[in-house]
Write a protein that binds this ligand. Sequence first.
Ligand code: CUK
Ligand code: CUA
Length: 631
Amino acid sequence: MTDTPTSTDRDRTETDATAADREPLFDRIPRRDFMKAGVAAGAMGSFAGCTGLLSDDDHPSAADVDASVAPGEHDEYYAFLSGGHTGEIRVYGIPSMRQLMRIPVFSTESARGYGYDDRTSEMLEEAGGYTWGDTHHPRLSQTDNDYDGRFAYVNDKANGRMARIDLKYFETDAIVDVPNTQGVHGACARLPDTDLIFGVGEFRVPMPNDGRDLDDPDEYTSVLTAIEPESFDVAWQVLVDGNMDNGDGGKNGRWFFATGYNSENGVTESEMSGSDTDYVKAFDTLAIEDAVEAGEYEEIGGVKVVDGRQDSPLNGGSDPIVRYVDVPKSPHGVSVTPDGEYAIASGKLDPTCSVIDIEMLGDAADPNDAIVGQPRVGMGPLHTAYDGRGHAYTTLFIDSQVVKWDIEDAVEADLGSEEPVIEKIDVHYNPGHLIAAESYTADPQGDWLVSLNKLSKDRFLPVGPMHPENDQLIYIGDDDAGMKLVKDTPSYAEPHDASIVSADKLDPATVYDPEDYDEEFVGPEDSEIVREDGRVHVKMYSMRNEFGYSDVTVQEGDEVTFTVTNIEETDDILHSLAIPEYDVNIKLAPQETREVTITADEPGVYWMYCAFFCSALHLEMRSRLLVEPAE
Ligand code: CUK
Ligand code: CUA
């Protein structure tokens, strides 16, 4: 198929819209509540006549594409997927779709001892002490609009937090509990050099949320939060009208875009659905920084908060700090094209995507003039990714498809035209995000795309009423042959978004560098037990197949700190210190030191053991904690 479809192509796709292999619409109605029944009914009304799709027969078979990665071979890409309400990040290899690692972020995780040693439990405690989070949008740091392999960032939609993951060690190293906000949804950065991280506040709450204005929703607001990437402190916030949803940074250091719903500032669904339009908010971050510099902020909850609401004086002049662009009701995803020219917002409740010309936005008297294209792509468009060849790929939640369309054709076509649509492929089923290789950079790779489908239905062996989701790998590297579905991958609830980066841009360490952490490295000659006033400090090493002490005796009531080093220098030889009935398991990778503090309040014998299978004598690798009863 050519880039510009002929009318014959389109006629054929429409004929196939009711192919027998499609499920009835009601079976495909989302289990999530954000597509309301009324919308679904509307979708049903327009379903028969409007949606185009290629049947699977129109696509070359997946067997034509080699996505195999032989045993022992490495993948070409890393994918970082959010884990949703597991509170973690998952690392996959692409194209194998093998899960390589999980990185706990907002929830404790015992295999890593995350939240079990003193350092990580203090980090989680200082970040609010919650035991779970809801990660949606993992983004990677960039330099000059390309991945630099240093950090990943992700939001916590549940508790209004943002976290940073150090990609040297693939572990969470900073979390900020964002003040004045509840529900940080979108997460991304100011590019080209990731010099600010943004958390997009979703739920509107009183400012500050301390008991005031409880039932006075007119006083609720939501905020965009800018975070310093190094210190991970909040730099400033901007108050806006309406809820916000997703976000993406422009490529040239100035703009940041956020979709939003509820421009009505309502609290019930019907109150949020009155208007025909909502906003894409375009934040002029340089103008905001000028306002902060000039002292035009109010300090709330310890943060400099700038007023970006529509009636704010800062939005009154010719250089408003936030431009409100009217787009059809409740847009969901927004992403900036690789060339930085357009921000594309997906319609969700409307079958179009809105193409916003970023340069025009800065100059136009009316921000709505910057909408230069609005292709009709299909039902329930949620998110858009790019291949670097001028094509956009948008997930269609209601149609259960990915649609490929031409961005410049969309700018040239009339608003609402289907002309820019090149092809559609079925996915299984109801996709949320999709991500193409390096889509968020200036230079996407254009070969692989992953559709993160919410429902898998009958695609896998049944495992009870909670089904896995289905992440599908699609090859997009051949514009003539069209998109090809290559692989189904079941995934645990629930990935929302992902970033895919070329493997050669990351350089993870394979053993720890003791210089990188504060805990004292304990070699064999450093072993000691220091006792002082009811406090016991046990410093010991670990190696195959022993701990530095074969037993440690303390008194009931002692506060005992273990500082334990894995002195192995060999890759992949992990130990841990697990203490039964004291809720302790700290992971120790080669050259890693961790500390954990317990109160020895139960007299008895406790077999401290190593939980990683480290050698043939792994089971023998243990030590006794002897807690003597108080007199
Ligand atoms: S997402 Cu967070 S509701 Cu479409 Cu970016 Cu899933
Ligand atoms: Cu060390 Cu098992």
